[in-house]
Design a protein around this ligand. Structure first.
Ligand code: A3D
Length: 320
């Protein structure tokens, strides 16, 4: 059987890391597309040359021609601009919306059956626009943010509790911005919900609140340290987890920016919700019940995404 084909649209920091991870995990043949001439070609060759030492098979191609992504099984989109210190994700909207238009058209023409994972920021609005521009079914176009935000939350919790990250489950809902909602009630250490751990005295409410806030600011913390761009190792790993769930029909339950048609009270929008990813793409949005306090935070986050979607419609009337 032929290896799956993975197209990476954008061969920058995240794109390069995605290609390397896909190679090491032997997920399939990789095509890296970018408008920058030489960058995808150079990275693809460099990664291919790591194969003999690492011991993986697969083909790695860099290109500036959309025709080379033909019939890709998975497209992961990082094309666009990342933020710099002092910028919010929303400041990228105008420039990255134009990029989504060309990427959407490229995917529509050459890889209409792909499972498309968008990473470009501001995430929830960009994945919404990408689905419109590409015309692909909504269950085949998804945004990566929740897996990353949840991984950050899980990491901070594992350090606080002194336990393995593998034993911490958590999820972060809502838009991928300052209003995201790290769900305390649905996050556990070895199955014990966080509020119970506070009651048991294993941590304090103040410490937990600080971890929630650090999770919300997780992207900015790294932008502030790097100064020249944003996080790329963990974002790439998160998207690969989603791609693998699709390619191997794993039925993973992962928080993703998925198209909602009434689930969690959200209509005709992309926002971070629990989903099941398998061979059918987003096979289900898990319609969990939020309590009053969570619903208020979630609604605020959804409103922030709504504002960005309206701004997209204002910039590009074809989206209205
Ligand atoms: P960077 O290293 O700048 O790579 C972006 C690449 O996109 C560059 O190589 C550009 O040449 C290329 N590019 C620009 N315009 C086009 C185009 N029209 N067609 C094809 N390629 C193009 O950035 P990065 O890899 O660090 O980040 C990529 C995106 O991911 C940014 O928008 C970040 O804000 C976003 N990001 C999202 C998350 C989430 O959790 C959602 C996390 C981290 C970064």
């Amino acid at each position: 059987m032929a290896r799956p084909k993975i197209a990476l649209i954008g061969a920058g920091q995240i794109g390069g890391t995605l290609a390397h991870l896909a190679a090491i995990k032997e997920l399939g043949d990789v095509v890296m597309f970018d408008i920058s001439e030489g960058t995808p070609q150079g990275k693809a060759l460099d990664i291919a040359e790591s194969g003999p030492s690492e011991g993986f098979d697969g083909s790695f191609k860099g290109t500036n021609d959309y025709a080379d992504i033909a019939d890709a099984d998975v497209c992961i989109v990082t094309a666009g601009v990342p933020r710099k210190p002092g910028m919010s994700r929303d400041d990228l909207l105008g420039i990255n919306l134009k990029v989504m238009k060309s990427v959407g058209e490229g995917i529509k023409a050459h890889a209409p059956n792909a499972f498309v994972i968008c990473i470009t920021n501001p995430l929830d609005a960009m994945v919404w626009a990408l689905q419109k521009f590409s015309g692909l079914p909504a269950n085949k176009v998804v945004g990566m943010a929740g897996v990353l935000d949840s991984a950050r939350f899980r990491h901070f919790l594992s350090v606080e509790f002194g336990v393995s990250m593998r034993d911490v489950t958590a999820f972060v809902l809502g838009g991928h911005g300052d209003t995201m909602v790290p769900s305390v009630r649905y996050s556990t250490v070895g199955g014990i919900p966080l509020p119970d751990l506070v009651e048991m005295g294993w941590t304090s409410q103040e410490k937990l609140d600080a971890i929630v806030q650090r999770t919300r600011d997780g992207g900015a913390e790294i932008v502030g340290l790097l100064k020249t761009g944003s996080a790329f190792y963990a974002p790439a790993t998160s998207a690969i987890e989603m791609a693998e769930a699709y390619l191997k029909d794993q039925k993973r339950l992962l928080p993703c920016a998925a198209y909602c048609d009434g689930e969690l009270g959200v209509k005709d929008m992309y926002v971070g919700v629990p989903t099941i990813i398998g061979a059918g793409g987003i096979e289900k949005v898990v319609d969990i019940k939020l309590n009053k306090e969570e619903q208020v935070m979630f609604d605020k986050s959804v409103d922030a995404v709504k504002g960005l979607v309206e701004a997209c419609k204002g910039i590009d009337p074809s989206l209205a």
